[in-house]
Design a protein around this ligand. Structure first.
Ligand SMILES: [Zn+2]
Length: 701
């Protein structure tokens, strides 16, 4: 019976994939046993429900009477990408093409004028916008520019990769026919429409409206910043110090000049923590998008009732680190990693709590206690952990230091991995100070990364039943979650993948993948667990039905929510505007990550088998697979990278590392075939049929 069920699932998955190849314009689910929901009662009311299909995971579908039976437009149609047939020489007046010559060549490839694609200004995200990496490949970043709107286009990011004067890969893409996409808005230049001050006020009011029970202090700070948007007031309100003018395009293809403001909002009794990205139309001040893009470990759960406090009193406040401190080595008794060495610092002053502090002077990280308060993002809540004898925690949550031991050890171990294996200096590549913060809020079942800080909840599981209960989560400070959060930081400072749609799923997958790489490294240094390709497996120690947050071997094993197979639905989206181009379905980024997670597992482990045709593709091992994915985000992927782009980037990375035509390059390509990722950008004519059940029947390769 079990085998029959597996076979049925595989057959259904194949039907879906083949239908996709023959009719790329068909809405998702057509002819494959799943149909789109159309439950809207009126044209103004949104409604939706979770839908799923074996192999393809779960997605939230919305319907609106406005659309009738129209096929929604897709991200793939909105962002134009190009594929090269082979290395292509870039014309140059001198010996080596300049960035401007490369931009002009790329503009021709995208069929736009030379002034519409220009070298990008230096950003903090990458080593440089024109740099040569350790394998001799040059990477030149370009940005789409709209003369009519006098602004750069947020999603119009292109990177040209060259060996010598030959372009070998182009990643990213542009928004074609830009100004015809929003006729009411053409001609709004920097002098027309609302001012940036007005836009800031509108954005902050919109942010405030998302938290009806905002604490009084936050309300007054946001109002002060709205009234007078100085950098000081904005930072005090946990907002970006500047409101940027950009061309904003919804994934549906509506484009307009807009002001962008990012605001961090704490959790309240009714809302979760948010990194809210607000876009305000320059023409008329309308809020065109308002989206929470906080990078977390797992999808958000319903707030649970807080368990009774069973912890020691919070540490007293003391002076923070700085001058007059030196390195010391402490011992920690962690919740998940046993007894571990800790890089600590000894301070000269006799601050409250003792002379030792959780400061790693080698990796420039510090660990703080959030004292079970909600995040204010301004550094006023947390206190640096201190100790009298440099012996930290007792291995149980009764001691408030134990979770801090895990977080501190996780940060040091992850940074050691990046340094030793990839030569990377810190999350940002420049060794900037990074904070870990534990004991966020009460019963918070997640962890997140923002602004060079990792923040961990205690989970909603009762401290007395940590290893026996299966309800909620225990403290979210396992080594793989620490590494997952920090990998979000590395992604932010390299490819900068946008945290929604396909690029968001790939962003999530890179965090899951690098966490396994860190586990592999740490295991060789004595960590109790090695890579098991099960995300968060240490959170489930009792006799639980659920054994992990996500399975990289079989992504659909998490209640069939995550995807084992690629599908275009990853780029369908809803948005908050009610214009004619809103979308129908949305996939959580922790679910669309399944495709890359499974490809990674296949590359690392999955091919040690003989196929029906007698061939025997070899896996490349976890260390090589880690290098391929790290190099993909470090050197190749663009902000809008989709699964096609990841396939191309990882193939190129494998060629750089192991040689053109090497078995490693073949194994990488084979893995993408199994999960059904197309070999060329949209329009899709070459998507291999996905094998959703490869994990359970490898002979089918
Ligand atoms: Zn994450």
């Amino acid at each position: 019976m079990g085998a029959l069920r597996v076979a049925l699932i595989a057959a259904l998955a194949l039907v879906g994939a083949q239908a996709l190849v023959s009719d790329p314009t068909a809405p998702y689910g057509a002819g494959a046993g799943a149909s789109l929901v159309t439950t809207a009662a009126s044209s103004d009311v949104w409604s939706g429900r979770l839908e799923s299909k074996p192999g393809y995971g779960t997605y939230m579908c919305y319907a609106k009477r406005l659309y009738g039976d129209e096929t929604p437009s897709l991200d793939a149609d909105v962002i134009r990408r190009v594929a090269l047939d082979g290395p292509e020489a870039v014309p140059a007046a001198g010996k080596v093409p300049t960035a401007a010559e490369i931009a002009a060549w790329a503009a021709g490839k995208f069929n736009v004028s030379a002034e519409e694609l220009v070298p990008e200004e230096l950003s903090a995200a990458v080593p440089s916008n024109d740099w040569v990496d350790d394998r001799g490949v040059r990477h030149v970043r370009l940005i789409q520019y709209s003369k009519g709107w006098d602004a750069t286009v947020e999603l119009g990011s292109v990177i040209v990769h060259l060996l010598g004067d030959d372009a070998v890969l182009v990643t990213g893409g542009i928004i074609p026919d830009l100004e015809s996409r929003s006729p009411d808005d053409v001609g709004v230049s920097s002098s027309g429409g609302i001012s940036d001050r007005e836009a800031t006020a509108i954005a902050l009011r919109a942010a405030l409206s998302t938290i009806p029970d905002a604490p009084a202090r936050l309300v007054s700070r946001l109002r002060a910043a709205a009234a007078k948007p100085s950098a000081k007031n904005l930072v005090a309100a946990s907002a970006a110090p500047r409101t940027a003018r950009v061309v904003h395009c919804s994934k549906g293809g509506d484009c307009r000049a807009a002001f962008k403001q990012v605001v961090f909002l704490p959790a309240t009794t009714t809302t979760k923590p948010q990194e809210l990205h607000v876009y305000v139309a320059a023409a008329n001040g309308a809020v065109v998008q308002k989206e929470n893009l906080l990078r977390t470990a797992t999808e958000d759960r319903k707030p649970a009732k807080a368990p009774k406090a069973d912890v020691r009193a919070a540490h007293d406040e003391g002076a923070s680190g700085g001058a007059g401190q030196w390195m010391s080595l402490g011992r920690g008794h962690s919740l998940y990693s046993g007894e571990v060495p800790l890089n600590t610092a000894q301070a000269e002053s006799k601050a409250n709590g003792g002379p030792y502090q959780l400061t790693d002077l080698i990796h420039n990280t510090e660990t703080y206690d959030m004292r079970n308060k909600d995040d204010t993002y301004d550094g006023t809540i947390e206190t640096l952990l201190r100790d009298k004898d440099n012996q930290w925690g007792d291995g149980s949550p009764k001691d408030r230091q134990s979770a801090a031991v895990d977080a501190h050890y996780g940060a040091s171990t992850t940074l050691t991995y990046y340094k030793e294996v990839h030569g990377r200096n810190g999350v940002d590549g420049r060794g900037a100070t990074m904070r870990s913060r534990v004991h966020l809020s009460k019963a918070y079942d997640n962890a997140y990364w923002n602004d060079n800080r990792m923040t961990y909840g205690d989970g909603s599981r009762s401290p007395r039943e940590l290893s026996s209960s299966c309800k909620g989560f225990p403290p979210m400070v396992t080594l793989d979650i620490a590494a997952h959060e920090m990998a979000h930081g590395v992604t932010e400072y390299t490819s900068g993948l946008v945290y929604e749609h396909s690029s968001g799923g790939i962003n999530e997958a890179l965090s899951d993948i690098m966490a396994q790489c860190v586990l592999d490294y740490a295991h060789e240094q004595g960590h109790p667990r090695g890579p098991d390709y099960l995300v968060g497996s240490q959170l489930f120690q009792g006799n639980c039905t659920r054994r992990f947050l996500r399975s990289m071997i079989s992504p659909t094993a998490d209640s069939n929510r995550s995807s084992a197979c690629w599908h275009r639905k990853f780029d369908l989206t809803t948005s908050e505007t009610h214009s004619g181009s809103d979308m129908w379905c949305k996939v959580d980024v922790h679910w669309s990550s399944g495709v890359a997670n499974r490809a990674f597992w296949l590359m690392a482990k999955g091919f040690n088998t003989t196929c029906n045709d007698g061939s025997k593709p070899a896996a490349i091992g976890i260390k090589n697979a880690c290098s391929v994915f790290y190099r993909s985000t470090y050197a190749y992927l663009s902000r809008t990278g989709d699964y096609y782009e990841l396939r191309a980037a990882s193939g190129r990375a494998a060629s750089d590392l192991f040689g053109e035509g090497s078995p490693e390059v073949a194994a990488v390509s084979k893995a993408w075939d199994v999960v059904g990722v197309p070999r060329a950008p949209y329009p899709i004519v070459d998507a291999p049929p996905c094998d959703a059940a490869f994990a359970t029947k490898p002979e089918a390769c």
